[in-house]
Design a protein around this ligand. Structure first.
Ligand code: ADP
Ligand code: MG
Length: 280
């Protein structure tokens, strides 16, 4: 178990932040992707992020993964130290939105990719991945190629790759976005199970409000671009969570609050998109 209460009793915040962002802006030429973004993620927390398409969610993750620097003036803190985004490269596990498996590599060799890049000898990496296969629902599939797997299985290989790269903070960018509803529901329960067993801090982007509530300790709703935090909603639902929790009054109340915020922002981005279209 993680230490969740490492601070002195005089501190009003009972949790230790692993990641903090303050005044983070990110512009690409004339496009402002993120504006004045603030966030704090506690050690061991599962935070889900929702927001309209194009509002800067993936940009945010690319930054925390160390692939993009914020504009000058933004503050990034990791494990309670100020850092440049580039310092975070290799210090967090990242499953990008389009995490493609290499078609010419088997399941096991796709799974160990990050370990290999890190310099772990192939034999040791394979042995470690083999042990994890059953937990990821891939027992017996070590030597299969991606085209021989279902969509859900391919996503589990990509997730396994991310889990094998053992970092305290994991970023998952819409990992279940392409799956059908039934597979997605199975994957959500499975992810919570894996998370419960191998506790990490997770930041998880999704388009799906039910998914955001079902998985998260907290849901962050982003504004339409430029992305900022519109609303942070705590999800005080008991764990482990069963699928029928979605029918509980507490769940429905949270969903109502979130949907109102999301709809407001989606209308803004829709209006912006159509007015740009008309202007062209
Ligand atoms: P989301 O993941 O919320 O859908 P993104 O973070 O992918 O949104 O994109 C936010 C905005 O930033 C979009 O307008 C996108 O076109 C722009 N953007 C993202 N990355 C780049 C880049 N590397 N170069 C130029 N523009 C980018
Ligand atoms: Mg995205």
């Amino acid at each position: 178990m993680l230490q969740r209460e490492g601070l002195s009793g005089t501190d009003s915040n009972p949790t230790t932040p692993i990641l903090e962002l303050r005044n983070v802006n990110k512009t690409f030429g004339s496009v402002t992707a993120l504006r004045d973004f603030h966030a704090s993620v506690a050690l061991g927390e599962f935070v889900t992020v929702v927001g309209p398409s194009g509002c800067g969610k993936s940009t945010l993750f690319n930054m925390v993964a160390g692939l993009e620097e914020p504009d000058v003036g933004g503050i990034l803190r990791f494990e309670q130290r100020s850092v440049h985004a580039s310092d975070l490269l290799g210090r967090v596990s990242f499953m990008p939105q389009r995490d493609l498996l290499f078609s010419w590599r088997t399941v096991i060799d796709n799974a160990i990719l990050a370990l290999e890049v890190e310099g772990v000898p192939r034999k040791a990496a394979r042995a470690e991945a083999l042990r994890l296969l059953p937990e990821f629902g891939l027992a017996g599939f070590a030597d299969h190629y991606p085209h021989q797997l279902s969509g859900g299985m391919r996503q589990r290989v990509a997730l396994m790759r991310t889990f094998l790269f053992k970092r305290e903070l994991m970023l998952l960018d819409e990992p279940f976005g392409a799956l059908d509803a039934l597979t997605r529901a199975m994957m959500q329960r499975w992810l919570l199970d894996v998370w419960q067993k191998n506790r990490r801090t997770i930041l998880f982007i999704t388009h799906d409000v039910d998914e955001a509530i079902f998985l998260g300790d907290r849901v962050v709703v982003m504004t339409a671009r430029p992305g900022a935090v519109k609303l942070e909603q705590r999800v005080d639902l008991p764990r482990p969570r069963s699928p029928d929790i979605v029918t509980s009054p507490a769940f429905i109340e949270i969903k109502r609050t979130l949907l109102a915020a999301i709809e407001e922002e989606s209308m803004k981005s829709f209006t912006a998109a159509t007015s740009t279209e008309y202007a062209q």
